[in-house]
Design a binder for this molecule. Structure first.
Ligand code: UDP
Length: 322
């Protein structure tokens, strides 16, 4: 296939692009590099620097595109609370521009990076796709609005759409890993302590109703996650919009994650306990039963593999994972 990957210079986008190239697909990356890094675009992909509004249509109008993998987005929860308009404008407005460009140029297949944040505080776990969607921040709201737009776009214009609702993505793959600035995610922050870049890691809240009092999350390896995009591209059905959770189906507490990082790095990793971070649900764990049953996808790499690969990436190694 000939594919456009929006956000292909970002953490997840670079791994998705690498896997698409490996599978023999011709891939064009569109990224404005507001967060991504041009050097993260895998060799073999053509890179176009620009926004969705400016560049999606000129690129797609070149012709011959079979589909779009749409990952370009603003994705910082805290920033979204401060600047909700930016999140609706970039995430929803940008996607509407992309969808319009697809309609005009006759591109009928889209895989979208949605998020567990669309569910908000879950009524129960594991979360299934039919659970209520009550996002608690503008980031989740903007992603949910895109999911709704995709449903309508599929119904009205015959597009085949798949939304993948990511849980906590971690790890590295073939030299492509996480390099956020600022870094808010747990695993890179813990590994920064092991690498000597920080003295200690803060644990946000120890009074949650969980076995050790810290938040429980469902971590998924970026290589497993990327693989789901390839399956989803093959499963886009004209006129329909399918939604799948992407997680491991098992949860790890913040303390358990730190323990795995200690084991993998051999570093004691001092901890400072602090107050809860606003907006953090106690437990978020996915049911991935639907994507397993319908697309045959299953997470293959465990938390140890994620930490090992993230550590190799941070230490300047290959980022592991063949
Ligand atoms: N967390 C933490 N210290 C950090 C970063 C994160 O205790 O330095 C906690 C955070 O409160 C959450 C979990 O680790 O419970 C995972 O957070 P992350 O930001 O990695 O992902 P999120 O669940 O917010 O998408």
């Amino acid at each position: 296939m000939r594919l456009l990957v929006t956000g292909g210079a970002g953490y997840i986008g670079s791994v998705v692009t690498a896997q698409l190239l490996d599978a023999g697909h011709e891939t064009v990356v569109l990224d404005d590099c507001s967060k991504g890094h041009s050097e993260s675009v895998p060799p073999g992909a053509r890179f176009v620097r620009g926004t969705l509004r400016e560049m999606a249509e000129p690129v797609l109008a070149e012709g011959g595109f079979d589909g779009v993998v749409h990952l370009a987005a603003k994705s910082l929860v805290g920033e979204s609370v401060q600047r909700p308009g930016l999140y609706f404008s970039e995430n929803l407005g940008g996607t509407l521009a992309l969808l319009e460009a697809m309609r005009r140029t006759g591109v009928a297949r889209i895989v979208f990076s949605s998020t567990a944040a669309t569910y908000g505080e879950p009524a129960g776990v594991p979360i299934v796709e039919t659970d209520p969607t009550l996002p608690t921040n503008p980031y989740g709201m903007s992603k949910l609005a895109v999911d709704t737009a995709l449903t309508e776009h599929a119904r009205l214009h015959g597009v085949g759409a798949v939304s993948l609702r990511y849980f906590n993505v971690a790890g590295a793959h073939r030299g492509y890993g996480e390099r956020h600035d600022p870094e808010t995610h747990l695993i890179p922050n813990v590994l920064a302590v092991a690498a000597g870049a920080k003295e200690s890691v803060s644990v946000f809240g120890t009074d949650y109703p969980t076995p050790d009092g810290t938040c429980v999350r469902d971590y998924i390896h970026v290589a497993d996650l990327a693989g789901a995009h390839l399956l989803a591209l093959g499963a886009c059905t004209p006129g329909s919009h399918a939604i799948y959770n992407l997680g491991n189906g098992s949860g790890y507490s913040v303390r358990e994650v730190i323990e795995v990082c200690r084991r993998v790095t051999g570093h004691p990793i001092p901890v400072v306990t602090g107050p809860r971070r606003a907006g953090d649900p106690a437990v978020l764990v996915a049911s991935a039963a639907k994507i397993q049953a319908e697309l045959g996808w299953k997470a293959e790499r465990d938390l140890s593999a994620m930490v090992t690969d993230a550590w190799a990436f941070m230490s300047g190694g290959a980022g592991a994972g063949a």
